[in-house]
Ligand binder design. Structure first.
Ligand SMILES: Cc1cc2nc3c(=O)[nH]c(=O)nc-3n(C[C@H](O)[C@H](O)[C@H](O)COP(=O)(O)OP(=O)(O)OC[C@H]3O[C@@H](n4cnc5c(N)ncnc54)[C@H](O)[C@@H]3O)c2cc1C
Ligand code: FES
Length: 247
């Protein structure tokens, strides 16, 4: 089920360098699983902007977005009380039904946003998750307190690329053994996702990104070749099982 509706902005505040968190009030009944995204119809822009659901409950949804271009710049200037049209219930999110008791979550940069909702759902299901997140600098860190509160096994790193001896999220993952985790969920830059898939000792899944337009599998502009044939990332993804991804 998908719902295209008007949502009222309850809050829209800066939470990190160029990153804003927008809370929208409205019908959230189409949002099923963490890792799904919504299409935001930014006023004055023809194509919608796909943004992951960072968190949602019965009456509101929360988006964490980085200002990178005109659309997200317009969003960042909107104020509480204004209305945005949003299409919700998009994409195939993270699989919560896998037989895993202690998954590891690996997030890089803005890829940490959908992991927040995932962590909340895993906590509700009494899973013992380990969370590893990495950011370019201290100014880029998002959801530190929230994730730290949810799981004690939480590591966050700053990975300024020019700093010598810096540890990457994949270095932390390499240090874990098979007794530390039995599945992985990852979201972040593609090179990080590929490295995670190469290193991980278990099965898992990754959330991929691509340019999108319709968001519902019709225009085919987000088609990618997988080990299971051509798939659209907006409908069959953005989350794909590790063994499906052709890097
Ligand atoms: C499934 C999915 C989930 C995403 N979740 C988040 C999130 O939670 N937080 C976040 O900050 N960003 C997220 N992104 C990236 C976000 O969609 C782009 O940063 C945003 O669309 C840029 O819009 P703009 O108008 O500011 O930039 P412009 O570059 O001016 O955009 C021009 C066009 O390109 C598209 N576009 C630009 N960059 C991307 C991109 N990386 N992916 C897809 N389309 C793009 C825009 O939607 C727009 O149609 C996600 C992308 C996808 C595909
Ligand atoms: S965005 Fe149209 S098919 Fe994916």
């Amino acid at each position: 089920m998908k719902i295209r509706d008007n949502y009222v902005i309850k809050q829209n505040q800066r939470i990190a360098k160029d990153v804003y968190e927008m809370i929208l009030v409205g019908d959230t009944s189409a949002i099923q699983s963490p890792g799904e995204f919504v299409n935001v119809y930014v006023p004055g822009k023809f194509l919608p902007r796909p943004i992951s659901v960072a968190y949602s409950d019965e009456e509101s949804l929360c988006l964490a977005y980085k200002v990178v271009g005109e659309g997200t710049e317009i969003m960042s200037q909107m104020v509480p009380g204004e209305v945005l049209t949003v299409l919700t219930g998009l994409g195939n999110g993270f699989d919560l039904d896998v037989p895993s008791e202690k998954p590891v979550l690996i997030g890089g940069g803005m890829g940490v946003a959908p992991l927040y909702k995932l962590a909340v759902e895993l906590k509700k299901r009494k899973k013992e998750a380990t969370i590893i997140t990495g950011f370019r600098s201290e100014e880029d860190i998002i959801y530190y307190e929230q994730l730290n509160q949810l799981f004690p096994n939480f590591v966050t790193l700053e990975q300024a690329p020019l700093k010598k001896g810096v540890r990457l999220v994949t270095d932390i993952l390499k240090d874990l053994s098979e007794s530390d985790y039995d599945y992985f969920y990852a979201c972040g830059p593609k090179p990080m996702l590929k490295a995670v898939c190469d290193i991980a000792l278990t099965d898992g899944e990754v959330s991929l990104e691509s340019r999108m337009a319709c968001g519902v599998g019709q225009c085919k502009c987000c088609s990618i070749e997988t080990n299971d044939g051509m798939k659209t990332l907006c409908k069959d993804g953005p989350v794909l099982k590790k063994n499906m991804v052709r890097w």
